[in-house]
Design a protein around this ligand. Structure first.
Ligand SMILES: [Zn+2]
Length: 415
C-alpha cells in the first residue's frame, strides 16, 4: 500500500507550504493558501499540521571521525598534546592498548547524529601501519547497517602521515579498493616534511580511482599558505576542479588579510572547497570565501576521542560556533551558515536527492523555530526528523502517529 504523508503549514524559505511525501519521496510542495482539496490525498494518508514550524533539508556533517570516538564508553579523561605530532603519538598508544571493538561506538555515534537531524556524513578513517584497514572494515559495516537512514561517505585518512609512515601509500590504495570513496591527506609539510612526495601519492590515488580528495591542513603561516597554493596548482593541472576539499585550512584563518587575498583568488580558480568547524582564532574568512565563489562546508571533526573531549552529535551547535567565530549578526549570514551545514555540504559530498524539492527523498528536519536564523543563533536541533518519509525517532507524543523507522532494528541501544 502506498505510504502517504502530508506536512501542512511547513515554513519553507519564509513561506507556508504543504509538503506531500509519497512512498518516501517528496511528490508535491504547494502554497498553504491553495485549497485543501487541490490534490488527491488518499483517506489513509497521515497528516501533521506543523503550524508554521521551519522545515529544512537534513544537516550534512562533512567532516567527522566515526572510527576514533569513545562515544558510548564511560568518560575517558583527556590527555593533552602540545603539537599535532604529539597528539598522533598519544592516539597511537591509546589504540595499541584498546581491547574493546570500535563498531558499537561508531554505530552509536552515527545513530545519535541521525536522530539529531544529520542525513549525510563524510567520515575520515585512519589508515596507518598500526590500525591497517581495521577502521575501514568497521565503517563499511556502519555504512551497510545505516543504509537508507544516512549517506555515509568514507575517506582514507593517513593520520600518521604517508612518507612518515612507510607502507601507508599501499594501505590507502587497498582502502580505495575496499569501498572507500575519497582520498585523504594530512599536513604534507608539517607531518611528512615532503609536500611533493605527499601530494604525489594523494593525487595519484585520486586519478587512479577517479575519486575526490579531502586534505587535512593544520599547518599555519607561510608554510600553510604555500601548501594551499601547491594544492591549487595540482588541482588545476590534474583537472580536478570541484573535487578537492581542504579541511581546517588554519593558515587562512590566522594569516593577515593581505596575505590571504591572493590565496582565496587561487582557491576560487581551482574550484577547491574549504571545510571549517569554526575554531577560535583560526576560522577561515567564511564570508570572503563565499563572496569569492569558494564553497564552504562544515562538520563536527572528532567527537569525544583522543584528539578532543568535546563534541555532540548535533550540527546546530557547530552552525552557531561557525557564525559566532565569523562575527555574523544578521539573518542573511545566518541563512548562509544554515546552507553551509546542509545543502553546501551535500553538493560537495555529492549525494543525490538531498533537498526540499519535488523528486528529492522525503528526508527533512522540522524545527520549533519561526525563522532559519533562529536555528543558527540558538543552536536549535530538530523536533522531528524524517528519513524516507518516516520519523526517526518518534516526535512529540502530542502529535498524531506517523510512519516510524525503528532505529533499534539496526542494533543500536536506546539512550
Ligand atoms: Zn579531522
Amino acid at each position: 500500500m502506498t505510504e502517504y504523508l502530508v506536512l501542512r503549514n511547513a515554513r519553507i524559505d519564509g513561506a507556508l507550504r504543504h509538503v506531500h511525501i509519497t512512498d518516501g519521496m517528496i511528490t508535491a510542495i504547494e502554497p498553504a493558501s491553495d485549497l485543501d482539496d487541490s490534490r488527491d490525498v488518499p483517506a489513509s494518508a497521515a497528516t501533521l499540521d506543523l503550524a508554521g514550524r521551519v522545515v529544512r533539508p537534513p544537516f550534512v556533517n562533512a567532516h567527522a571521525h566515526l572510527d576514533k570516538t569513545f562515544w558510548s564508553m564511560p568518560w575517558q579523561p583527556h590527555l593533552p598534546g602540545a603539537t599535532i605530532r604529539q597528539c598522533i603519538d598519544r592516539e597511537r598508544s591509546i589504540r595499541a592498548a584498546a581491547t574493546e571493538p570500535q563498531l558499537p561506538r561508531s554505530l552509536a555515534l552515527a545513530t545519535r547524529m541521525i536522530e539529531a537531524g544529520v542525513g549525510v556524513i563524510r567520515s575520515h578513517i585512519d589508515v596507518d601501519t598500526l590500525v591497517g584497514l581495521g577502521g575501514v572494515e568497521t565503517l563499511v559495516q556502519v555504512r551497510e547497517k545505516l543504509a537508507g537512514l544516512v549517506d555515509l561517505q568514507l575517506v582514507a585518512f593517513p593520520q600518521s602521515g604517508i612518507r612518515a609512515d612507510p607502507g601507508v601509500a599501499d594501505l590507502m590504495d587497498e582502502a580505495m579498493r575496499s569501498g572507500v570513496d575519497v582520498v585523504g591527506g594530512l599536513d604534507p609539510h608539517g607531518i611528512d616534511g615532503d609536500v611533493d612526495g605527499h601530494l604525489d601519492v594523494v593525487f595519484g590515488l585520486a586519478e587512479k580511482y577517479h575519486a575526490p580528495i579531502d586534505i587535512h591542513l593544520h599547518d599555519e603561516g607561510p608554510d600553510g599558505l604555500a601548501e594551499i597554493a601547491q594544492i591549487c596548482e595540482r588541482t588545476i593541472v590534474s583537472g580536478m576542479q570541484g573535487n578537492v576539499t581542504i579541511s581546517h585550512a588554519y593558515a587562512l584563518g590566522s594569516a593577515t588579510s593581505d596575505a590571504v587575498a591572493p590565496v582565496i583568488a587561487r582557491l576560487a580558480e581551482a574550484g577547491i572547497c574549504i571545510m571549517t568547524d569554526g575554531p577560535v582564532g583560526m576560522t577561515p574568512p567564511v564570508l570572503r570565501l563565499h563572496a569569492a565563489g569558494v564553497p564552504v562546508i562544515s562538520g563536527s571533526d572528532g567527537i569525544r576521542d583522543a584528539w578532543s573531549p568535546y563534541g555532540v552529535p548535533a550540527m546546530a551547535p557547530i552552525a552557531t560556533q561557525l557564525a559566532y567565530q565569523s562575527r555574523m549578526y544578521d539573518d542573511a549570514d545566518f541563512e548562509l551558515v544554515a546552507d553551509i551545514v546542509s545543502i553546501h555540504g551535500s553538493r560537495v559530498v555529492g549525494v543525490d536527492g538531498h533537498g526540499l524539492e519535488v523528486g528529492c527523498r522525503g528526508d527533512l528536519n522540522v524545527f520549533d523555530a519561526t525563522a532559519v536564523a533562529e536555528i543558527v543563533a540558538e543552536s536549535i536541533s530538530p523536533t522531528l526528523v524524517l528519513r524516507g518519509g518516516r520519523v526517526v525517532p518518534p516526535g512529540p507524543s502530542s502529535w498524531p502517529p506517523l510512519p516510524v523507522t525503528d532505529l533499534a532494528a539496526v542494533g543500536v541501544a536506546p539512550h
